[in-house]
Each structure stands twice: as C-alpha cells, then as structure tokens.
Design a protein around this ligand. Sequence first.
Ligand code: SF4
Length: 789
Amino acid sequence: MNKIKNKFDLSRRSFLKMCGIVGGSVVLGGCGNEGLEEDTATDSIINVDEGIEIIPTAGTNNCGGRCVIKAHVKDGVVVRLSTDDEPDDPKSPQVRACVRGRSYRKTVFHPDRLKYPMKRVGKRGEGEFERITWEEAIDIIASETKRIKEEYGPASRFVHYASGVSATIRGNTLCQRLLALDGGHLGYYNSYSTACTAQATPYTYGTSSTGNTPDDWVNSKLIILWGHNPAESIFGTTLYHLRRAKEAGVKIIVVDPRYSDTAIAFADEWVPILPGTDNAVMDAMAYVMITENLHDEDFLNKYTVGFDGEHMPEGIDGKESYKSYVLGEADGIPKTPEWAEKISKTPAETIIKLAREYATTKPAALIQGWGPQRNAHGEQIVRGATVLATMTGNVGINGGWASGAGNAGRQSIPSVPIPENPFPGKIPVFLWTDAIVRGTEMGAKDGVTGVDKLPSNIKLIYNLAGNTLLNQHSDCNKTAEILKDESKVEFIVVSDIFMTPSAKFADILLPANSMFERNNITTPWNSGDFVVYANKVVDPPFECKFEYEWLIEVADRLGIREEFTEGKETIEDWCKWIVEGIKNNHPEFPSYEEFKARGIYKWTYDEPLVAFKAQIEDPENNPFPTPSGKIEIFSKRLYDMKNPAEIPAVPKYISSWEGPEDPLTKKYPLQCIGHHTKRRCHSTHDNNPWAEEVEAQSIWINTQDAEARGIQNGQMVKVFNDRGVVILPAKVTTRIMPGVTSMPQGAWYDPDKDGIDRRGNINTLTSHKPTPLAKGNPQHTNLVEIESI
Ligand code: SF4
C-alpha cells in the first residue's frame, strides 16, 4: 500500500481532469467576482452560450444562508455559477448567493480533495495515512463500533456535533440514527452557536421563539443591532429586510466592539462596547429609564414578575427585584451610566442617549446577535436584553422585538427521523472533551441530563463533515493532547472532503462527496420562508461517497440494515419522503419533480409573524409558558439554584474571568474576540484561494494599541496567552475599539514544530471553561498580548 502524508501526489491538473474540468472553461460572469481569475487549469475560454445546462442547486454550508446556486454545466463541466434571478419583492425576496457561494467552485474542485478511504499509520494527529479499500474501512468501522459497545457500553459512543453539511440529510444525524438503532450512544444538547441564548431565554419567556419575522422590521422606528453582524454571517433573507427598513427611514444603531460590515452597510450610529460588558450598559440604560420615568410601567405591571418590589413571586423579598438591583438598594452601587462607562468604555452620554431613544421611540427592535452570548457570562447578556425589551413595552407588537434567542420560524420541514436513543444521558456539547477525560465523574453539576452519572468516558467518536473535533473547539493545544492519547478515545472515524485539522486525528479517514455531488434539501437557519432543493451537479470524483452510502454498509454488518434504511437505499429516496412530508402540511407544495426542477419553493404571507402577540392581546387566555404565566424578569427557578454570584435570579453585570476587570489584564492587556468573516462559513472555505483574495486572515488591532506596540499594518505579529501562540498579520484599523482585538474565526489550526499556530486560529487562545448555567462555549472571552516580530 502507498504511504500518504496529508495529501496525494496528484497534481492539480490531474485532479481537475478526473473531475472533468480541464479543457472546459472557467468563465465567471454575473457573479460579481470580476477580478478573480481562474488559474492555470484554464486551457481555453469556451462559448458559454452553447450547450449549457443550468442546474439549480444550493449552498448547504453551515452559514445562515442556503442560497440558490445555479450551476452552468457544459459537457459535464461546471463553467459558471449564478444565483436566484426570480422576481424580488417583499413577500418573496430573492435568495442570492454571497461572495462565498460565488466562489464555491474553488472549494469543490480543489486539488486537495480527499480521494480514497485511508487508515492511520503514524501516531494519532500526525496526519500519516495509507490507502485502503472501502470494504476494509467499513469492516474496521463496524467491528470497532461493536467492540467498544461490548467493552464500555453504548454510552461510550459519541457522534460529534458539527457538520459542514447543513442540509436535511447529513452524516452526523444519520449516524445518530444508526447508533440509536444499535443500542444507543451518548447524547448532547446545545450548540456552539447559541448555547446561552437557547438556555437563558426560556427563563424569561418560557420559550426561545421570541422573534418577529424580519418582514416586520419595516414596521419599526428604531432597530438596535446588538452584537449582530448579518452582513457577514447571513441569516436567510435578513439583509433584504434590513435594507427595506433602512430605505423606509428606520434608524439603525449597531452596538459592537467592531465597526462591522453590517455597521458599514446599515448603521446610522455605531456604539462601541468592550466585550462581555453588555450588561453594564444594559443595567445603566435601565437606570436611565427608571430615574427618568421612561419605562412602560403599565406593561410591566400587567405582564411581568420581578421588576419591582411590588411584583415579586410569593415569599421573595422586594430587595431581590431588578429595580432594586439597578438602583443599588441591595449592594449600594447604583448602576449609573458613569458606573457603566468605567467598565464598558462606552461613554456615559452615549448610554443615556441610547436609553432615552430606545424608551421613547416606539415601536423599536433591540435585536441581539449570537456573538455576545458566546461569553463567560453569556446568559446574562441574553436576559438583560429581554428585560430592556420588556421595560419599553416592545414585546408582542409589530415593529417591536422581544429579544433573547429571536427564533421566528413559520414552518418546519421533516428530516430523516432519529429513533429515541436507548441511552437517555446527554451532555452539554461543549463538554465533550471533559466527557473523554472524566466522563464517569460527570453529573448534574456539569449539566448532564437524563442520568445521574455517565457510565463511561467517551471511547469512540464519529466525526462526519465536522471540524469541531479540533479546529472549532476551544483550546486546540489542550484538545490535541487529549485526542492524541489513544488510551482515552480508542477509535475515531472522520469523513470529510479535505485533510482538515480535525481529519488529521482520524483512525479511519473517509473521502466525502461535496455539496455539488449529491441531492439534498435544505432551509435557512433562523429566518426566510423557503426551502431549497440542492441538485446533484456532477458525479463525485475518485472514491468519494456521501456518508449515507457507507453507513448503510456499517448498518448491514451490525445486522440493522432494514431498520436503518426503511427501504430507502438512496438519498433521493429520502428526499422524496421529505417532500411527501412537506406536502402533508402544505398541500400547495409542488410535486417532487417540479420542486427539483425549479430548485426553490417560497412561501408568502400577508402579515409578519409577531412573537407573543396572543399573550399581549389576550393575556387571560394566553399565559406565557413560564411557571408564573408571566414574563419572568425575576426567575424563581434561577433563584432556587442558589448560586447568585454566577446565576442570579435577575440579569446582572458580572465581572468575569478574562474580562476587562480581571487582574490578568496586567499580563495580557487586550481582550480577544473572534468574528464571522464573509470569506468562510465557520472553517469551510479556509483553503479557497478566491476567498483568501476576498479577505486574508489577519488580527484586527486598534491604531492606538498598534502604535503603543510598534506594530504596522500588515506586519506579522505574535498573539499569545497561557494557552497558546498564534503568528499572523496585523490589520491596524480604527474599525475596532482600543483594548480589543479580533481574529476571524475558522482558520485552520496549523501548528509548527514548536506548537505555534501559523494560520491564525483563535481557538489556539480560547478556553475549555464553560459558562455557569448553559455550560456553553465562552469563545469571545480571552485575554492576550500582541507583540511585533
Ligand atoms: S455561503 Fe451561505 S450565504 Fe453564501 S451563498 Fe452559500 S448558502 Fe448563501
């Protein structure tokens, strides 16, 4: 067998030939990518008007989009990509591709694609593999899956959370189905995107479905985007509706440590704020509203508990109320704008103006992004904003926004069913490395649900199309040490299209097909009333397979093939089943063939959906789904946890570890956050050369901080803390506030022989320490120092 280190000795030209690309053209057009040229693979320019077939497909990365992609195919070669060109109107906006989608070909037809099944031959993590057959790979996977179940029990088997395939049919959920049918596996809850908001929002409202649909934004008079950057992360049709609101004269304020692309595109005002100090500013806004009598007292009295001493749950002292906290009656510290300025570096007069404007401009929508809650005390930020929305009476009305998680789905579509897991235990997903090292010690205090204690540590991991096995998890250096130890996790299967940092830790590494090489169905993350059919555009190259194909064979060896497939041997069989399911709820939905040919179906509505409209209009008959039936500014459930310093019953500013007040700032004076960049979907497309032209990896640093360190724009710098060292170029800019640096998240961790990451992965610097309540990932809570080199 050939020994293979990281990639095959196959040239780019040979790869493209085998994919049927060389000899075709690579003409760009209609995609807004002028200036991006195809490289040496281009032999000639063909006439794009002749013999072109246009196949509708879709983006199925884990971005917030899911856009229409039209693949222009000639003689089996993708010669061009274009996007949605259906009529654009408020009830049915276009679903147009972003800059990533327009450069998909450079990812999909990349010469570094994995090509054959492989088995590890070096030490785990070194990235040395040898080619094996699919039969051998499936035999090994099936026998290890059996062995580990017999030795350690089903709860020792873990299907990793992440997937770069954000479609209805995807490897990680198919694998959960397989293991559920085979006796069970360790379950998880939460995500790396929304752990704190998913857990904390229901303590206020009883649900996470707190958003109006974005077609309602045109009804606002003021929109505050608090740590929300949809211009780069893309949430369905969000940008269309923001633009519509702006054109209608709605004022837009962006609160963010960075002057983000969203701020550039939409903001009338930018309010800089130090990361993790959001609650100080929110508390001071509440102080202004209370002391200037701007809050909506009637609304608070009617719909809430816990705002003031007169409206507390039975048996709870009035001093525990939010008002009492804000005025400093309990702790002697009034939460004044001047108090908040010292903490947040947001000027007191800006806080006062923001508070007055939000309280007196009605309706107004304070829309939180997910970034601020990926913070050491992210739960507080979520609940703080819900209280402001409540104090201003902006809940349950057109043009308002209840804040919190902001989910606003109007319809859901079926996905491949996952049977009930015979093992009921679940961990908060961020603690999976803990479950490798000390799983049997983990119980309720670690957020374990369903069982008192885990019966086993994790011994087997299926990691399918995901990069959270290493790259997207915190503290890459520590994670790598845990994974290298073969006495801990005994077997790791990875399926991917590239040798990612996570793939290097595989024992068996399988070549997946790409989104252009299979059929699938998908919907956007959180908003957008559409469903997209992602047609297969070309055949998979080499021996690449979709996970379902080989999971069926594993199921066969485990003796559960029929239960696993239910007679559906192909993905297309499941696609047809999904469309049937949609049609059950929506008889107007087109036939399978029509949907596949058109590529997208858009629902239209006469009115926006408004969260909690029924609760506000008729509270007697529609209580909030909380224990009290009201909006719980004070949560008795949180109070009963008896951990007021970290899990207070009313939202509070908590001075956090590695926050701006931590004494560690003497050693590491800069706060380091990560941001979503328009050139990647998490870590997908990091190796796309066109994406690199869009935005090269660099760390943002304010001009003053750079000057103090003698750092020039574009210069290589060393970013470090006790967890790791990263070397990358500096972007010196006034678009980030002093004291804060930001490294676009998702770059592929690339340690040199000294363990210094040379690509710029922020998770070299982040921590495994979870948030107190949700046990979420605090990946924007980091102190660092930067030096010029
Ligand atoms: S990356 Fe996401 S937002 Fe961009 S084109 Fe693809 S699906 Fe759309």
